[in-house]
Design a protein around this ligand. Structure first.
Ligand code: PLP
Length: 439
């Protein structure tokens, strides 16, 4: 049997420049000198604007989907010649692919600091991961969730106590404590986001984990918007479950993760029934015992998983420089917005709350959709507008606590950034908003 190549020892692909599209410096903006460190594909790609020019794209929509890291593209390209079935073939390529898939699981485990015996289940995305957990919680589990959650974490539960948006982090902790204490005897689960997809604010997940533990509950953390910006350590923080998506982590190949305690996952019926999830099938079916096998039925998204693991490795090697740079960019953006009288930033816990690179705002006299369209069509800037799949939270921030957050009304604009964002992108947005406000 030849020695197996693993994901990290697959041959290096040809010239790196093959993955980096040539960007023609376009009118209207200088060439960006990006700092050393991880690089993304498509930073400053030329896009058309209304007057017929092409300008370098200012992608400020990372919170929706982040661009692809060069290192991710390289890892996928390295894997492609050996691309084959996972857990199914005896052929060499199949063995290489299976090795790469399982190696990726260990990379992800170490990326989130999951305990050695935790399950690391590959899913399609965060929504899928949270739905898998909702499927696996024991019947009758009391679930407590804040109404500030993204719908992916707000909606999958059969029954949940919904806590209103807390006015401070301390209030979040005391409200969770009270709700868990008052929950019926039995399994209890607190579900909370680590970093808000609307305001970027960081939630006190370590303290909430302690509250959960004190009340005999588990905590599931939606880390979709945290892991692209900050490291997470499940063991040190005392987190039971973590969910996130590859496409927000610079690995846009359709894979996600649910990592956490294996017992509920092993006890639950398979999330999808079919090949892979079954150990033996005759008159009766015996399901696979391991949480991963049980809930990864069908052919898995091996390239997505390889991509995701490559992103985890790349970010793990770069946290210090990334966080410092992001903080400087966020400061530039927020102080620029604060200087525009017609712009109001949305936040739950005030100006000084720690946050990641996500900022939502409204512009007086402008509908959010028109702002986003004008930024795109006239300035080559990509932002998101709407309620960001967090309708109750955006309703709260906009002062519509009656829950009437009707589609098309009461929406905001969101700018979000990451690797590849430059000062020029931020300044272009601020200039454009000033011009819009003056119209
Ligand atoms: N949770 C948060 C905080 C998010 O921002 C998002 C997506 O925007 C999700 C969950 C859902 O992620 P996905 O669409 O990848 O399932």
């Amino acid at each position: 049997m030849p020695t197996l190549l693993t994901r990290s020892t697959l041959p290096v692909p040809p010239a790196r420049s093959a993955f980096t599209p040539a960007v023609t410096p376009a009118e209207g903006a200088g060439v960006q000198v990006l700092p050393a460190g991880p690089r993304v594909i498509g930073a400053d790609v030329p896009v058309p604007v209304r007057d017929g020019r092409h300008v370098p794209y200012a992608n400020l929509d990372y919170a929706a989907s982040a661009p692809c890291l060069e290192a991710v593209h390289e890892a996928v390209t390295r894997a492609l010649p050996y691309y084959s079935s996972v857990h199914r073939g005896a052929g060499y390529a199949s063995q290489v692919t299976t090795g790469a898939y399982e190696e990726a699981r260990e990379t992800v485990r170490s990326f989130v600091g999951a305990w050695r015996r935790s399950a690391v289940v590959f899913t399609r995305n965060t929504t899928d991961a949270m739905n898998l957990l909702a499927h696996a919680v024991p019947a009758g589990t009391s679930v407590v969730v804040f109404e500030t959650e993204h719908h992916a974490s707000l909606l999958p539960w059969r029954r949940a106590v919904r806590l209103p948006a807390p006015a401070t982090p301390a209030e979040a902790i005391s409200a969770a404590d009270r709700a868990l204490r008052e929950s019926p005897v039995g399994a209890r689960l607190l579900v909370v986001t680590a970093a808000s997809n609307v305001t970027g604010e960081l939630w006190p997940i370590e303290e909430l984990a302690q509250v959960a533990r004190r009340n005999g509950a588990r905590i599931a953390v939606d880390a979709a918007q945290l892991v692209p910006h900050r490291p997470i350590d499940m063991t040190a923080l005392g987190l039971d479950y973590v969910a996130f998506s590859g496409h927000k982590l610079y690995a846009p190949f359709g894979a996600g993760v649910l990592a956490g305690r294996a017992d509920w996952l092993r006890a639950a019926g398979p999330y999808l029934k079919g090949g892979g999830a079954s150990a033996s099938v005759g008159r009766t079916t015996r399901w696979a015992a391991s949480a991963e096998q049980r809930h990864e039925a069908g052919s898995p998204n091996v390239l997505g998983v390889i991509a995701l693991a490559a992103a985890c490795e790349t970010l793990s090697d770069a946290w210090d420089s990334l966080a410092a740079r992001e903080e400087a960019l966020v400061k530039r953006l927020r102080s620029g917005l604060a200087a525009l009288p017609s712009v109001r930033e949305l936040n739950l816990w005030g100006d000084r709350a720690p946050r990641v690179g996500i900022v939502s705002f409204v512009v007086d006299g402008w509908n959010a959709r028109d702002v986003a369209l004008t930024l795109s069509e006239e300035y080559g800037i990509g932002v998101r507008d709407g309620k960001f799949c967090a309708h109750p939270f955006v309703g709260h921030l906009l002062g519509r606590d009656d829950g009437d957050c009707t589609a098309g009304r009461d929406t905001a604009v969101r700018a979000s950034l990451g690797i590849g964002t430059s000062e020029e992108h931020i300044d272009r947005l601020l200039t454009a908003l000033a011009e819009l406000a003056a119209r």
